[in-house]
Structure formats: structure tokens, C-alpha cells
Design a binder for this molecule. Structure first.
Ligand SMILES: Nc1ncnc2c1ncn2[C@@H]1O[C@H](COP(=O)(O)OP(=O)(O)O)[C@@H](O)[C@H]1O
Ligand SMILES: [Mg+2]
Length: 249
């Protein structure tokens, strides 16, 4: 087994994710079934609360395992093995925005989509600025994973709810860059160099809430690198962040 920079071999992570996924789907299936079928009126307040908590934490764990699976897949891949096709960026980005809102909805009670734009919370949208016919030759699953991760992060950390999250696409000829801007907590200068490291999490006090693994941004970086590109961030503490991924065309 080849150890990688996480200290655990990718193979070991894949086995762990698979074992967890199997047990979790059984646990979550039963907990959903009890919540849907049971006569809730008959539950004591304690039982009702316990069931809700089991359900919420079960879904949370399932999301962590999904992420671990995606991380493994991306880390194991190589540029040569990537199946690429022509992707219409505007449609793809709209789709990613809806997915990211759905993903974050479980944790934060967000609103769903609105015509044209994707509503994050009442009055706040994800604005997508992308030339109409711009396309990218890339692996669709990976591009979606990367963009959805950046958007999920932006939704999580965009605490200035009056400001829209902005997605901006630029065509540089031999490459395309996609930037996701939020108006949230921002990243401290001392952390900017480290947030792309696997399992790096910033202090709870600063960001307020962290429930992830710290695998999203390393995955985004690797996705960009697999496509001959890079990932970067420009951020101001308290003012927000702009995460940019670049893909070679
Ligand atoms: N848009 C953002 N604004 C501020 N901090 C962020 C943002 N995105 C990521 N971070 C910081 O980077 C850490 C790691 O993020 P990420 O790699 O996506 O982890 P996870 O896999 O848990 O989603 C987060 O816990 C947070 O501290
Ligand atoms: Mg994340």
C-alpha cells in the first residue's frame, strides 16, 4: 500500500468508507422508516427528540462518508484515466448551484430554487456570470464535485446574507477559470496556505461551525490539477473569500 499525504493509504480510506456506507444505509433506512411510519403522538418528548437526533446525525455521517468516497475517487484518479467530454458550462453551473443548495439544506434549513437563479436563503441568491456558449472539455463528475464543494463552502460560510454568492467564469483562451465569491468569515492569512491540506480545519471559534472533515478543498485542488489547472483563494478576514479553479482547455 502506498501511503499518501493524509497518512492513510487511499485503499484503506476506500475500505473504511465502504464499510461505513453499508452499515449507515441500514441504520438510516430504519430511522427514516420509524419516523415516517410511527405514530409520533405516542412518543414521549424524550423518544421524539432521540429519534430526531439519530436521524439528523445519521444523515450527517452519511454525508461525511459520501465525501470520503468522492475524495478517494479523485485522489486515485490520474490525468490519463479521466474520461472527458464537452461540457456546457452555464447549464452545468446552474445545476451545481441547485445541488449545493440541496446539500446544505439538511443542515441549515435553506430555501430551494427560484426561476433562473438559485435561492440560498430568502433574498439571497447564487449569481452565475458565464458566457452563454462557453464549453469545457473535462470529466463531468469531477467538475461537478469540485464546483459543488466550493458552492457548499460558500453557502456555509456566507454569513452576510444580504449579499449574493457570485460565480464568475472567465475564458483565458488556453484555460478557463471559475471563481466562487462569498461574503462570509473569510480565511485568516495564516490559514490561507493550509486550507488545501487534507484534514485541515480552521478553529471553531473563528468560523462558528465546522462539522466537516477538511477534505473538500484538497479534493477541489486535485480535480483542477488532474485537468492541468490549479486552485487558489484570495480572502479578507471578515469580508469574504474568492476561491478560483482553473482548468486547461
Ligand atoms: N468559503 C469559505 N470561507 C471561509 N472559510 C472556508 C471557506 N471554505 C472553506 N473554508 C475553511 O476551510 C476548511 C476546510 O474546508 P473544506 O476543505 O471544504 O472541508 P470539508 O471537507 O469539511 O468541507 C473549513 O473548515 C473552513 O475553515
Ligand atoms: Mg467543504
Amino acid at each position: 500500500m502506498k501511503p499518501n499525504e493524509t497518512g492513510l493509504s487511499i485503499r484503506a480510506l476506500a475500505i473504511i468508507a465502504h464499510k461505513f456506507r453499508t452499515s449507515l444505509s441500514i441504520i438510516n433506512g430504519y430511522s427514516e422508516a420509524v419516523l415516517v411510519q410511527a405514530d409520533k403522538e405516542k412518543f414521549s418528548p424524550f423518544t421524539a427528540k432521540a429519534l430526531d437526533e439519530i436521524n439528523v446525525q445519521g444523515r450527517h455521517l452519511a454525508e461525511l462518508v459520501r465525501k470520503l468516497g468522492a475524495f478517494n475517487k479523485v485522489m486515485e484518479s490520474s490525468p490519463k484515466a479521466l474520461e472527458k467530454k464537452t461540457l456546457g458550462l452555464k447549464e452545468l453551473l446552474k445545476d451545481c448551484a441547485s445541488q449545493a443548495v440541496l446539500q446544505e439544506k439538511n443542515d441549515t434549513g435553506l430555501e430551494t430554487t427560484d426561476a433562473g437563479k438559485t435561492m440560498v436563503k430568502r433574498g439571497t441568491f447564487i449569481d452565475i456570470d458565464c458566457p452563454a456558449n462557453l464549453s469545457l472539455n473535462a470529466n463531468e463528475e469531477m467538475v461537478r464535485l469540485g464546483i459543488e464543494e466550493l458552492l457548499s463552502n460558500a453557502i456555509k460560510f456566507n454569513n452576510k446574507m444580504e449579499k449574493n454568492i457570485k460565480v464568475q467564469v472567465a475564458n483565458h483562451g488556453d484555460s478557463i477559470s471559475i471563481s466562487v465569491r462569498d461574503y462570509g468569515v473569510g480565511v485568516r492569512p495564516q490559514d490561507v496556505g493550509r486550507i488545501f491540506e487534507p484534514f485541515f480545519q480552521v478553529d471553531d471559534d473563528f468560523t462558528g461551525q465546522i462539522s466537516g472533515l477538511g477534505l473538500g478543498l484538497p479534493m477541489v485542488q486535485r480535480i483542477a490539477q488532474l485537468h492541468g489547472g490549479s486552485a487558489s483563494v484570495v480572502s479578507d478576514r471578515g469580508l469574504g473569500s474568492i476561491f478560483t479553479v482553473k482548468f486547461a482547455r
